[in-house]
Design a protein around this ligand. Sequence first.
Ligand SMILES: [Zn+2]
Ligand SMILES: [Zn+2]
Length: 328
Amino acid sequence: MAARPNGWNWRLLAFLAAALAALATAFGFFLTPEGAANRGDDAIANGIMANDRLDPAAWRDDSLTIATLGHATLLMDFMGVRVITDPTLFNRIGLAVGPLFTIGPRRLTPPPLRPNQIGGIDVILVTHAHMDHLDLPSLDALPKTAAVVACSGCAALIRPLGFADVRELKWGESTDVRGLTVTALPARHWGRRWPPFGRSYGYNSYLIVRHRRRMLLACDTAYTNALDVVRENPPDVAAFSIGAYDPWIWNHADPEQVWKMFEATGARFLIPIHWGTFRLSKEPVNEPMRRLLSAAGAHDDQIVLRQIGEAWTLPRTSPAAAARRSVP
Ligand SMILES: [Zn+2]
Ligand SMILES: [Zn+2]
């Protein structure tokens, strides 16, 4: 005899329906096979995608090399330690329904590298649990030997994938992986994965340091002075999310605000992320970069990695690094 659904089952179904409705509202609604051809052509025509092929195997271990893989995903050789941030490696983000379907936005620009082209990874950094940052299929495609440094509460989402070394950081806490020191810093954002229901997770910016090279990876954030603290010892480079501000300005800074926050950190170079990859908001795909360059004015040469699929190496003559080296 078929069992009649009990109250718990009904509550679960109601929760799933509400969660799907919330996701659909937040992201717009799509449901097509994961393997369907992506629509990168528009983005390429608009100059978002770099033409050069990335070759991480050729990167030098005595430098800081950073590549943009789209959205908030940066692949780095951080002075010999391989790091990837908020990996989104497939054609969609959102809710995976079995191996073939994902409900959520589709990429506008194709992933510059397939997972098997990424190579070894020592550290995976996860800033927060939003679907466009903590993407379970992408994490699952990476080597399980990597240490994962994640937001508070996020280990419960990541450990079941098979990662043995998952470390949660709260603001102000640090951890060390192979000589790479990662410190969690604040942001003005929010952490619920299934808005408006479900639990709240942490959300971290990170200061990443190895061999005197310093990088700030800002979490998605509204305009804040909470990251100005790094100015005491300015990072060489800072990465900030520049998109998804219309209408989400109360938790995503607009490009002019990003430029102000970047200047307040004292960093020499700015890497713009979180644009040109997934449509999460109403502003035109190319607008964030255009406005950022305009906000920078005569200082726009400080903005590096302006295209997705591009790699850049911190110049050895970085004045910030040189000044620090001269300090006994
Ligand atoms: Zn977010
Ligand atoms: Zn985001």
